[in-house]
Design a protein around this ligand. Structure first.
Ligand SMILES: Nc1nc2c(ncn2[C@@H]2O[C@H](COP(=O)(O)OP(=O)(O)OP(=O)(O)O)[C@@H](O)[C@H]2O)c(=O)[nH]1
Ligand SMILES: [Mg+2]
Length: 289
């Protein structure tokens, strides 16, 4: 029998430091959506990296924050639960921002879990070596870490070494997922997330936080989904003049959905107002948050 190193690693860090981008890079393909808006990830997303003799299962998590409503409370709970029973934690920092109170808040929690903490200092692309060195020193003061890797999830710099290091921390174990599987999300959820990613790209300020997406119908050739917002004015923004914004969301999402499903699809997107959905526990449950 061929021995496998396998296990779970949680990926934690402040919003927007590049956790999802890094999980995608470590898995060698897109499992989690990414945006320049904080709090893009709302649920735990499992990304699976398979390689020679290993299966590294990464849990991409929402950025830590202070809960404000049932949505963010649930996100916080997800983070807490996901930090239990892992072999290691990958703590992600951004080299482009000041490493400060937000990072220390997260560090305090992960360093007391009693498992190795690997720090990734992300976004080092195009930064001066002196600045990277300074940030590495600050990051190193966060706690008793196993190792610290300067990386760029965007260019892939340092990602191979980081992956090897994480695999080194895994015990021998079974394959938890079939090797061809890269994520635990259903096709419906992956499609809803892709649509949400494009909606986030095309909106600003409070609108991205008010957007959620549900797939209503999925067949081999047809995808129907609804983009929910909380107010009429947000709906106008997401629909756009003469439907231009929602159309653009579709134009951007369709190729990725087709890639996922492996064929041409007709994509129908609707925009609907659902007041205060962020406080609607039943809807949050349905969204898997
Ligand atoms: N320059 C640079 N930008 C990066 C890098 N990694 C991620 N980004 C950008 O940082 C932004 C946030 O990336 P995400 O991966 O969504 O960050 P996240 O930590 O998952 O954020 P939340 O899910 O909101 O907690 C996006 O605009 C990414 O393109 C990197 O290595 N270099
Ligand atoms: Mg994310």
């Amino acid at each position: 029998m061929c021995l496998l190193k396998s296990g779970f690693v949680a990926v934690a860090g402040r919003p927007n430091v590049g956790k999802s981008t890094l999980v995608n890079a470590l898995c060698g393909g897109k499992v989690a959506i990414v945006s320049d808006k904080p709090q893009t990830t709302r649920r735990r997303i499992t990304g699976i990296a398979n390689g020679d003799g290993y299966q590294l299962v990464l849990s991409d998590l929402p950025g830590f924050q202070r809960p404000r409503d049932p949505l963010t409370e649930r996100m916080q709970r997800t983070v807490d639960q996901s930090l239990e029973d892992v072999e290691a934690v990958l703590l992600v920092l951004s080299a482009r921002e000041r490493i400060g109170a937000g990072d220390r808040f997260i560090a305090e929690r992960v360093f007391k879990l009693g498992v190795p903490v690997v720090i990734a200092l992300n976004k080092v692309d195009r930064l001066k070596p002196g600045h990277i060195a300074e940030q590495m020193k600050t990051g190193a003061r966060l706690g008793d870490f196993h190792s610290l890797h300067p990386v760029s999830a965007l260019t892939g710099d340092g990602v191979g070494e980081l992956r090897e290091d994480l695999v080194g921390l895994l015990p021998e174990g079974p394959a938890y997922f079939p090797v061809e599987q890269r994520t635990d999300l259903t096709p419906e959820v992956q499609i809803a997330e892709l649509v949400r990613e494009k909606a986030l790209q095309l909106t600003r300020e409070e609108v991205p936080h008010a957007i959620s997406v549900e797939v209503d119908e999925l067949t081999d050739t047809v995808v129907r989904a609804t983009i929910f917002v909380e107010t009429e004015s947000q709906k106008q923004i997401v629909v756009g003049k003469g439907g231009s914004v929602v159309k653009q969301i579709g134009v951007r999402a369709r190729p990725e959905i087709e890639h996922l499903l492996g064929g041409h699809v007709f994509l129908d997107l609707k925009v609907k107002v659902r007041p205060k959905w962020r406080r609607d526990e039943a809807m949050l449950e349905r969204l898997g948050i």
